[in-house]
Design a protein around this ligand. Structure first.
Ligand code: FUB
Ligand code: ZN
Length: 663
């Protein structure tokens, strides 16, 4: 089983760490908090298929009804809850899952169909708008929920109706003359079907996923035309009609359906869709033993385009609000007043999913570096210390219209339960292992934390335990146990930002290949306890010069830092007029957990006057002097905190990551 959603159960968290503390919060607060929201908003009961008053609401984003994703919100919550229940029981959560599964079973139509909106609200419109209406996206999340449920409860109560629904989908979609040659506007079902295939071994599940992936973007898919054109015409859509998130009619790059994936040169469109789709592509590659050269090259090409040219310093992706997605190369404004920035929490989770799948195809630290960057910044910023507030958009600088503030929930609530389920199976991201033969084992350690991996081999359980205060300290102690009869190799990731590192006891041949250090069997036999030391020093980082942003930001280890008004109370302009000298000394302070829920390392930059500069000399018609007098001056030292921990202490919501570089 290669999926992190399966192998996470080999990982436990016996001693405290950033990760275990976040998991504790989700278990203690978030699951029940989100369950309550599901109930109070109508989502919980929606599978009863009764009318809900909100079904009359005008869509916030036409033509997408606000409640269209309710199936997925419930499914993601069940999925996350099942992961946590494998760790600790909870009667209230168990009872809710039981009731939800009963409702889902009862909501299934006689032919297998299973969807709230297209049963309770528009039953005559099934599969009539794959482009915009998330029917198959919801189906994908139901599949993933059912897989987690079946793994936890060892019964088919949830999986059974889902398999019946998938049968209906397999009959409906495919290359046959009587089938629809369509595919989802929002990918998700592809990766879910591939995971389902891993469990069932049913070739129909593989075939449907493959069909959705390969058919996507076919210009002549249906009646010699693009499927979405034919579908739109059948709905009576006018030629110039378009959803508001598409800049022009037929902007099918929004759904990554402008051409077949293997031909796509740059990563385009809605960022969550792109990540879910590419994750499925990577899964398909692995299932096909990485033999599909064209698909492999396309996925690698799109990954590189994204990471090199379309990713924020935080690992966030998606610069354009209109389509919640990618802009042109190097277009990475940090906030609304600069022209955008979206960096949705789900998109960060999607990057992690893709990175993890790429690592399984190609053990290269460049994927793990990005996976870690996303986790500790773009994703972990998505949930408050309390586990009861969330972000959807994660800008790198606030403005008066978009303050750095979390919310209790969203109308379109994809992100909060996505963080929940990610933390449920996060153990599956720390490491991968290969033990095809009974007497050999390879463990690849991608992320550091305090955790234990247990791998049953023969009649023994081989264990690898790591203990560290990562990401705050760079010393990781390892214990490798019970492996005496197994020829074992461990590969440790050395992050690309690590200037210096040491392994103790020393390793005669320090073989660092593509970001991983190999600890060979002979060495491990004599050194089952070893330590990796990696000093975590603060450093300045900058976006690529082609972004035209002459800014510097602070990083330490995998963490990106930001300024908040809570620590820098003089700020009135979201730190826009601030300039920072990259030569400034940086101090570190250990701060106890307080409101952050996490003991952390704060950074202080000692500034030299003047540090405020309105920088408007180039605009002659602006009355500069008054502004300058007000803005210029010494503000004293600048206090930075990890971006992931922002908005936990009140304040005005002024925040910035990248500060203008002082010349
Ligand atoms: O459309 C479903 C989810 O809601 C997407 O992944 C998010 O970007 C948001 O649009
Ligand atoms: Zn989301």
């Amino acid at each position: 089983m290669a999926y992190p959603q399966n192998v996470f159960s080999n990982t436990t968290f016996p001693s405290p760490s950033f990760i275990s503390r976040r998991r504790e919060v989700v278990y203690a607060n978030t699951l029940l908090y989100q369950l309550n929201v599901l109930k109070t908003t109508g989502r919980y009961d929606a599978f009863k298929l009764q009318w809900h008053p909100s079904y009359n609401d005008k869509p916030d984003v036409p033509p997408v009804p606000n409640h269209l994703f309710w199936d997925s919100d419930v499914a993601k919550w069940i999925e996350g809850a099942c992961y946590f229940l494998q760790w600790k029981k909870n009667d209230e959560i168990e009872a809710a899952i039981k009731e939800l599964v009963e409702m889902i079973r009862a909501a299934q139509q006689p032919d297998g169909y299973l969807n709230i909106h297209f049963t309770a609200v528009e039953p005559d419109k099934r599969f009539s708008n794959l482009r915009d209406l998330h029917e198959l996206y919801n189906a994908g999340h139901l599949i993933e929920g059912a897989l987690a449920h079946s793994d936890h409860y060892h019964n088919d109560l949830f999986l059974e109706p889902i398999l019946k629904y998938v049968d209906l989908l397999s009959q409906t979609f495919g290359p046959g003359p009587d089938q629809k040659h369509g595919y989802p506007g929002h990918p998700e079902i592809e990766l879910a079907l591939l995971r389902l295939y891993e469990k069932t071994g049913n070739p129909k599940h593989l075939a449907l996923a493959t069909y959705f992936i390969e058919e996507r973007g076919n210009p002549k898919g249906q009646e010699g035309r693009h499927y979405y054109d034919v579908e739109a015409e059948a709905r009576g859509e006018r030629e110039n009609e378009r959803p508001i998130y598409m800049p022009k009619p037929r902007s099918y790059w929004y759904q990554q359906a402008h051409e077949p994936i293997i031909n796509q040169q740059t990563i385009e469109g809605h960022s969550v869709r792109a990540m879910y789709l590419l994750t499925a592509c990577a899964d398909l590659l692995r299932i096909e033993d990485n033999k599909n050269e064209k698909l492999r090259t396309a996925v690698e090409r799109l990954w590189s385009n994204m990471v090199d040219k379309k990713m924020y310093l935080t690992g966030g992706i998606g610069a354009q609000k209109q389509w919640e997605g990618f802009g042109i190369d190097y277009f990475l404004p940090s906030g609304t007043d600069e022209g955008g920035c979206y960096a949705e929490t789900c998109a960060g989770i999607g990057v992690m999913m893709l990175a993890e799948r790429m690592l399984q195809l190609d053990l290269n630290g460049k994927y793990a570096d990005i996976m870690e960057l996303c986790f500790y910044n773009a994703v972990m910023t998505g949930m408050s210390a309390s586990g009861k507030q969330f972000t959807y958009v994660n800008q790198l600088s606030s403005t008066d219209t978009d303050l750095s503030k979390r919310a209790e929930w969203f109308t379109c609530a994809c992100c909060p339960p996505n963080v929940t389920r990610l933390l449920g199976y996060i153990g599956g991201y720390l490491w991968t292992f290969l033990n095809d033969k009974a007497d050999s084992l390879q463990i690849n350690v991608h992320l550091y934390s305090s955790a234990q991996l247990s791998i049953p081999i023969g009649d023994k359980v081989v264990e690898l335990e790591q203990k560290s205060n990562w990401p705050w300290e760079g010393r990781i102690e390892f214990q490798f146990r019970n492996a005496s009869e197994v020829a074992s190799t461990i590969k440790l990731r050395i992050p690309s930002w690590a200037e210096d590192w040491q392994i103790v006891p020393s390793l005669p041949d320090r073989k660092l290949e593509r970001g991983y250090l190999t600890l060979p069997p002979e060495w491990l036999k004599s050194s089952p306890s070893f330590v990796l030391e990696m000093p975590l020093k603060p450093r300045f980082v900058s976006p690529h010069p082609y972004t035209n942003q002459d800014v510097i930001a602070l990083a330490r280890g995998p963490l990106i830092y930001c300024l908040e008004d809570v620590d820098n109370s003089w700020v009135t302009d979201h730190f826009k007029s601030l300039v920072l000298d990259p030569e400034s000394p940086i101090g570190e302070t250990k701060v106890s957990a307080d409101e952050m829920g996490e003991p952390y390392v704060a950074l202080t930059v000692e500034t030299k006057a003047p540090v405020l500069d309105v920088g408007m000399e180039l605009i002659p018609h602006v009355a500069l002097e008054a502004i300058k007098q007000e803005a210029s001056g010494v503000v004293g030292n600048l206090h930075f905190i990890p971006y992931a921990l922002r908005d936990n202490r009140g304040g005005k919501g002024h925040m910035r990551v990248g500060i203008r570089r002082k010349r």
